[in-house]
Design a protein around this ligand. Structure first.
Ligand SMILES: CC(C)(COP(=O)(O)OP(=O)(O)OC[C@H]1O[C@@H](n2cnc3c(N)ncnc32)[C@H](O)[C@@H]1OP(=O)(O)O)[C@@H](O)C(=O)NCCC(=O)NCCS
Length: 173
């Protein structure tokens, strides 16, 4: 199994490749800086322990160890305008609302389509809901990078804004 924990300098960021350069580079170059400045929080999925890392090695993932990042996501506070939300919410909220932005979500290219993305997304929703108990946040907001990514989020209840199909929202309030 994998465990999810906050990104630290011990994790092997340079070995991560999800197939999307912008996401790889962000993890390598920006995630730790943003973390230390409180701009965003990054959470990584890693093998639960050495035995699990060994299991991955036995399955052919030769270089995996307990610091290997199998997937990650980042959360940040944000404020959005009502026109960026799907129409159903327009009447419920004031013009500008606090949200939690799911900035990035990515799984190693050779481990995609194995359920890890769903697991990390569930963890992000849970974390955002817990944080919203202490600091107001009406929902999770995501800028999907393309139509495929938007479809992934829609599977889990995110609704797209009519005019901007890559902006998706999930209420958590
Ligand atoms: C998008 C991404 C995070 C999904 O993670 P994943 O581990 O491959 O997805 P999962 O295996 O958990 O799949 C969960 C479900 O979503 C579906 N799914 C996965 N990727 C999908 C995609 N690109 N488009 C549509 N559906 C997708 C799966 O078929 C699965 O559905 P099922 O349970 O009915 O079979 C991953 O493919 C990825 O890292 N892609 C590259 C980076 C990226 O595009 N990130 C999004 C940034 S906005």
């Amino acid at each position: 199994m994998i465990k999810l924990e906050a990104l630290t300098g011990h994790h092997d960021r340079s070995g991560f490749d999800c197939g999307v350069d912008a996401l790889n580079v962000w993890l390598k170059q920006t995630a730790m800086q943003h973390q230390s400045k409180g701009i965003s929080r990054t959470f990584v999925g890693v093998p639960e322990d050495a035995a699990v890392a060994n299991d991955y090695q036995a399955m052919g993932y030769a270089e995996i160890n307990t610091n290997s990042i199998l997937g990650f996501y980042a959360l940040a506070s944000a404020s959005i305008l009502i026109e960026d939300l799907p129409p159903a919410w327009v009447k419920r909220y004031p013009r500008q609302i606090p949200v939690t932005r799911l900035g990035r979500l990515a799984i190693r290219a050779d481990m995609q389509r194995q359920g890890l993305g769903r697991l990390l997304l569930a963890d992000a929703v849970h974390r955002a809901k817990t944080a919203a108990q202490a600091v107001g946040s009406a929902g999770l907001f995501v800028d999907a990078k393309d139509d495929q990514a938007a479809r992934f989020y829609q599977r889990y209840g995110f609704k797209a804004c009519d005019s901007q199909p890559l902006k998706l929202y999930l209420p958590i309030g």
